[in-house]
Design a protein around this ligand. Structure first.
Ligand code: NGO
Length: 501
């Protein structure tokens, strides 16, 4: 078991005393004959291993007996493994990975990846001489507890490039997460091109917290993010936060705005009406103007068209400038617009104040207003700020991060059960978990990594591993093994004193 240090902890691990599997210059990767999505998965593995091992690792289709020494990927295995489950058998002379779906093959490869030495992550064969490319023998049978395991990146408070977003996606992939939530708009910046409303990106995208130059994604950029994520079986969930957190949109189209006065800000802005501070709750779209709903329809229509995933996030958090009824009416109308454009609405927990359609998802973050959604029979994604907000400081000494929800050390991020968070919230009402990375205090990808590692893998395990099969001591031992991997990948991380790294 000591050698099977995998995060998140798999459902079943049966170690074996047999000798390990070794990747050599002769190793081939064998795919199902009719390739399909499985072919991509095989190419992904070859692309990971070729630079570090310098072996050719040919990827070949074939259903016959596998050549000796091969890594074999097969579609199949018990249907009970579901969309993302897999079975991995590692023996001295072969690796056999089986899954009913290509996504399961990809998740299973992350297990194989973690069973191999951290040197596989090196871009050049830094460890080539130092390590044998071995994986311990044994059998792993695995499937996730929850269907939604996500990470959020707030690209509005500070803008992150496509390349940086991809680095976040890579982290999600390594820990078998399947959802990338992009917070694309807020008071400080609008980050997505909308052709029917060009000023959103051109004006609303021009700055960020602290007055930097901001930025936005063209439709092509966004398509590239979606493609890259899909290659890793990760769904992109775009968020346009409404009716609050909308100052950047209102700066571009003032006729839709009914905000309270803007809080004072200290830096000059490139266009009148833009905001670079970090106060929340004061901005709002006008709930009673048809212009607002024409605007929402334009944005949702274009965003839905460029998003292959089923969800569209409508925000809905922290609206101090509307009454409860005004807010509820707004949410209900926007919910209908999202459905009309073929997507499933998701919003922060406050949306439960409106009448929700059965499919709509509420994202819990702060209080028991999440129960308003649960009582209507709607499912929750859990992001409790005191545990899952990776923008909180680890300790009072952490330079980056906020502290309003408390300090979130690694154990705090790990040691909780989604089905026991609130009375009345059972396993059945939980769709999954998500770690939001808000970026008021974070402007670089290396800062983002520091806040994500090691807490993102902790949350990944909360979402993936059955409650009875995980515990803090086990996680503590396994996460220590990840640090060398992060260093190989060039990732920044917080060396929590709670772990013997
Ligand atoms: C809150 C707020 C965000 C902040 C974040 C900072 C939600 C859902 N709304 O979470 O605007 O950025 O806290 O931690």
């Amino acid at each position: 078991m000591a050698q099977h240090r995998v995060v998140p902890q798999p459902d079943v691990v049966e170690p074996s005393d047999a000798p390990p599997f070794t990747i050599t210059a002769q190793t081939a990767i064998v795919l199902p004959a009719d390739g399909g999505e499985a072919a991509r998965v095989g190419e992904w593995l070859a692309a990971l291993l070729r630079p570090s091992t310098a072996f050719p690792l040919p990827v070949t289709p074939g259903d016959g007996p596998a050549p000796a020494g091969a890594i074999v990927l097969r579609l199949g295995g018990p249907a009970s493994l579901g969309d993302e489950g897999y079975e991995l058998r590692v023996a001295a002379d072969s690796v056999l990975l089986r899954a009913p779906r290509a996504a399961g093959l990809f998740r299973g490869l992350q297990t194989l990846r973690q069973l191999l030495p951290p040197g596989v992550e090196a871009e050049q064969g830094a460890m080539r001489m130092a390590a044998a490319w071995t994986a311990p023998a044994g059998r792993v049978v695995d499937r996730p507890r929850f269907a939604w395991r996500g990470g959020m990146l707030d690209v509005s408070r500070h803008f992150f490039t496509v390349k940086e977003v991809k680095q976040y996606v890579d982290l999600l992939a390594l820990y078998k997460m399947n959802t990338m939530h992009l917070h694309l708009s807020d008071d400080q910046g609008w980050r997505i091109q909308i052709d029917s409303r060009p000023r959103l990106a051109q004006v609303g995208g021009r700055t960020q917290v602290g007055g930097g130059e901001g930025g936005y994604y063209t439709k092509q950029d966004y398509a590239e993010i979606v493609r890259y994520a899909a290659e890793r079986f990760i769904t992109v969930v775009p968020e346009i936060d409404m009716p609050g957190h909308t100052n950047a949109a209102i700066a571009a189209y003032p006729e839709i705005g009914c905000s309270r006065p803007m809080p004072a800000q200290t830096v000059p802005v490139p266009e009148p009406g833009l905001y670079t501070g970090i106060q929340v709750g004061w901005s709002t779209l006008c709930h009673d103007k048809e212009a607002t709903y024409r605007f929402v329809d334009d944005v949702v229509r274009e965003l839905a068209a460029m998003t292959p995933g089923p969800y569209l996030h409508i925000g809905g958090d922290e609206v101090a400038a509307l009454t409860r009824d005004q807010y509820a009416t707004f949410v209900e109308r926007v919910q209908d617009i999202v459905v009309r454009h073929g997507k499933i609405p998701i919003g922060w927990e406050e949306i439960g104040k409106g009448k929700l359609r059965p499919q709509t998802i509420a994202q819990q973050w702060q209080s028991d207003t999440a129960m308003l959604a649960v009582r209507q029979g709607n499912k929750l994604v859990l992001s409790p700020a005191s545990k899952a907000y990776v923008d909180m400081k680890y300790t009072p000494a952490t330079e980056l991060g906020l502290r309003w929800a408390g300090f979130v050390e690694l154990r705090t991020a790990y040691d909780w059960d989604p089905a026991a968070l609130f009375p009345g919230v059972t396993e059945q009402s939980v769709l999954g978990v998500e770690a939001p990375l808000w970026t008021e205090s974070v402007s670089t990808i290396s800062g983002a990594q520091y806040l994500l590692l090691p807490r993102l893998p902790a949350l990944a395990e909360v979402g993936w591993t059955a409650q009875g099969k995980r515990d803090w001591e086990g996680f503590r031992a396994r996460i220590a093994g990840q640090a060398t991997r992060w260093r190989m990948l060039g990732l920044n991380y917080y060396p929590s004193p709670q772990v013997a790294w």
